[in-house]
Each structure stands twice: as structure tokens, then as C-alpha cells.
Design a protein around this ligand. Structure first.
Ligand code: DGL
Length: 272
């Protein structure tokens, strides 16, 4: 391996989200690839993306991408489901580096798992409206039936830490009872925040329904891509993780514990 190859391998993975939720994806990435350097950008000044138009989300995503490119990343992960569902092809036109979103890995995993061919998808309004999960599932297997449900309130519940109380359970019942009655056997958690509510969602849906964490599946896909393109950081040192936000770094630090399992010490505010 020559010096240049070594240098490229050590370059960070860039990951962006509309805010804090993408830390669930980052957490999966840190677990699977502990030696990788990572730069995380949360666009906290402009969240939520889930209620914005496709055009606006694409525009914001391009700005996020440009920030990460300037940091000399070796690949880009779009952690935000809403951004992944509409912006990835546009981002791929801007850079030759690998750009992946969370939709395809989540959709593929759900197809592999389902036995009865009935898959549920939950996400923000933007993600559900885009039909991105449905389209990817149908590309793999046209016969599968896909049932979707936006669950906007889950985002706020996760951020406020109301994940295992009565309100969370009632909200989950209201959103999910329809999917339960249809008899899906697989449910895609199509939003960065929903893994935080896994226990409550599982309680409402029942133990036999498989919950697919798109972030976890994406982390596995990142590893496969880096291996295949010989970009995996083979160094022994633990990876360096840097965090940037566009607003309110202190709040991000406080909530980070719930999403990452540890409180972040340093979060820098930047202007895009
Ligand atoms: N990160 C978003 C997603 O995964 C949820 C929060 C938002 O709407 O910005 O879709």
C-alpha cells in the first residue's frame, strides 16, 4: 500500500442528518467500524426535514454534502430518511465519492426477512409521501404488499425522552393498530428517531413482528462498500469522531446521550 492509499483510507466518513436523529445511524456505524474517522453534520437550524417539500430537502442536502466534501471525506452517508428518500440521486451527480442513503439497505433487509409478503413502513410525512421504500421493495420483489403510515409525533417523543410512557404507548397504538390489523410481519423503522422507541413499538406490534432498523442495515452496507473499494481504514487506532451543527450545539450535546448512549463533549456550530 503506498502513502496516498494510506492517506485516503484514513479520511473520514461524512454523515449528515437534519439534526440529532442521525446519531442512531452514527451509533451503528461506530459499533461496526470502530476504527473509522467520522464527521457528523446535523442541520439543526433547519429541521425538521420531514415536513418540508422535496425541493427544499434536496437543496438543504446539497449544502450539507458540500460541507462534508470540503472536509475531505471518503464517502457520504445520508442518515436522514427524508433526505435519503428524495436527494441521493442528486448528490451522486455532484460527487464521484460513494453516497448512500438509508432507504435501499432498509428496504432490502425487509424483503429478506418477510415470510408473508406484507411489509409495513413508518416514517415522516416526507418519507412516506416519496414512496421511496415502497419503490425499492417493489424493485426487488413486485409481489410484496407495502403498507405505509406517517408517524410524525414519534420524532418529538424521542427528542423529549417520552419513549416508554403512557403517551408514547397511546400514540404508537393510534398510529400502528391499522398495520397490526393488516397482518404485516415486518416493519421498517423508516426514520432516524424511531429506534429510540423500539420497545414501545414492539410492545404495540407484538413480539412476532420483525422491526427493521434502517440505520443498522446502512452501517453494514457502508462496511461492504468500503471493503469492496479497498477504502476501509485498516489502522489499529480508535476512530476520531467530530460533530458539527448549524444551530444550538448545547441542546445537541444534552440530547446526544439518548441517541448515542454517551454525552458528547464537543459539538461545533457552523454556518452553511
Ligand atoms: N431525520 C429525519 C428522518 O429520518 C427525522 C427528523 C426530521 O423530520 O427532520 O426522516
Amino acid at each position: 500500500m503506498n502513502k496516498l492509499q494510506k492517506y485516503i483510507k484514513r479520511r473520514p466518513i461524512g454523515i449528515f442528518d437534519s439534526g440529532i436523529g442521525g446519531l442512531t445511524v452514527a451509533k451503528s456505524l461506530f459499533n461496526i467500524l470502530p476504527n473509522e474517522n467520522v464527521i457528523y453534520l446535523g442541520d439543526t437550524a433547519r429541521l425538521p426535514y420531514g415536513a418540508k417539500s422535496k425541493e427544499t430537502v434536496i437543496l438543504y442536502s446539497i449544502e450539507n454534502l458540500k460541507f462534508l466534501l470540503a472536509k475531505k471525506v471518503k464517502m457520504i452517508v445520508v442518515a436522514c430518511n427524508t433526505a435519503s428518500s428524495v436527494a441521493v440521486p442528486f448528490l451522486q451527480k455532484i460527487t464521484k465519492l460513494p453516497v448512500i442513503g438509508v432507504i435501499i439497505p432498509g428496504a432490502k433487509a425487509s424483503v429478506e426477512y418477510t415470510k408473508n409478503g406484507k411489509i409495513g413502513v413508518i416514517g415522516t410525512l416526507g418519507t412516506i409521501r416519496s414512496k421511496a421504500y415502497r419503490n425499492e421493495i417493489k424493485k426487488v420483489n413486485k409481489e410484496i404488499d407495502v403498507y405505509s403510515q406517517p408517524c410524525s409525533l414519534f420524532v418529538q417523543l424521542a427528542e423529549d425522552g417520552w419513549t416508554d410512557n403512557k403517551i408514547a404507548e397511546l400514540t404508537a397504538k393510534e398510529y400502528l393498530n391499522g398495520l397490526k390489523e393488516i397482518g404485516i410481519d415486518t416493519l421498517i423503522l423508516g426514520c432516524t428517531h424511531y429506534p429510540i422507541l423500539k420497545n414501545t413499538i414492539s410492545k404495540v406490534m407484538g413480539k412476532n413482528i420483525k422491526l427493521i432498523d434502517s440505520g443498522e442495515e446502512t452501517a453494514k452496507e457502508v462496511k461492504r462498500i468500503l471493503e469492496k473499494s479497498e477504502l476501509l481504514n485498516t489502522g489499529k487506532k480508535k476512530g476520531d469522531h467530530k460533530f458539527f451543527v448549524t444551530d444550538f450545539p448545547n441542546n445537541f450535546k444534552i440530547i446526544s446521550e439518548r441517541f448515542l448512549g454517551k454525552k458528547l463533549k464537543e459539538v461545533k456550530k457552523i454556518k452553511l
